[in-house]
Design a protein around this ligand. Structure first.
Ligand code: ADP
Length: 163
């Protein structure tokens, strides 16, 4: 069986850190599916369709076009993983403080669906302090986000904040 992994997240919006994890994931798994969680409770800035479009366009911009499928979901993560017949969930760990939350989630997911493994990957040092929320904050105040996101996402942020 081909080993397929899913990389789930809110991706509000996708950053170069997320794309770095995708690149690393592709070294380990021949099939990778990005799962964009609707996550209405987080009140995302972008709709799930906007987030999907930004991910697809960003993959093209960094030369990962055609290697990854981008889907959306609005269910428990393990249900999405089952539907996609994934053997692993990829998550990125930036700094030690990410671990608390990620370990809790991974343990719960293992209880709900013991067949799935959670695989943690570290991004390049350049992205260790990068988050979607920081990008939103910088863009909101008109700062330069070009070293954190792709040109397509930068454009979408400018549109969103009316610049
Ligand atoms: P979630 O709401 O599920 O945490 P995010 O979009 O914030 O969704 O993050 C998705 C995944 O990507 C998480 O595993 C997160 O730790 C990871 N991630 C976020 N930013 C980075 C980054 N700069 N480098 C590596 N991984 C990251």
């Amino acid at each position: 069986m081909i080993k397929r992994a899913i990389y789930p997240g809110t991706f509000d919006p996708v950053t170069l850190g997320h794309l770095d994890i995708v690149k690393r994931g592709l070294e380990l798994f021949p099939e990778l599916i990005v799962g964009i969680a609707e996550n209405p409770k987080k009140k995302p800035l972008f709709t799930v369709e906007e987030r999907r479009e930004m991910f697809i366009e960003s993959l093209k911009e960094v030369g990962l076009n055609g290697k990854v499928e981008v889907k959306t979901f609005n269910s428990l993560l393990v249900e999405f993983a089952k539907r996609e017949r994934a053997v692993a969930i990829l998550r990125g760990i930036r700094i030690v403080s990410d671990m608390d939350h990620e370990f809790t989630m991974a343990s719960l997911n293992r209880k709900l669906y013991p067949e799935i493994e959670t695989v943690f990957l570290m991004p390049s040092d350049d992205y260790a302090y990068l988050s979607s929320s920081a990008v939103r904050e910088i863009a909101f105040y008109g700062g330069d986000v070009s070293q954190f996101v792709t040109p397509f996402v930068e454009k979408k942020l400018k549109e969103k904040f009316g610049r």
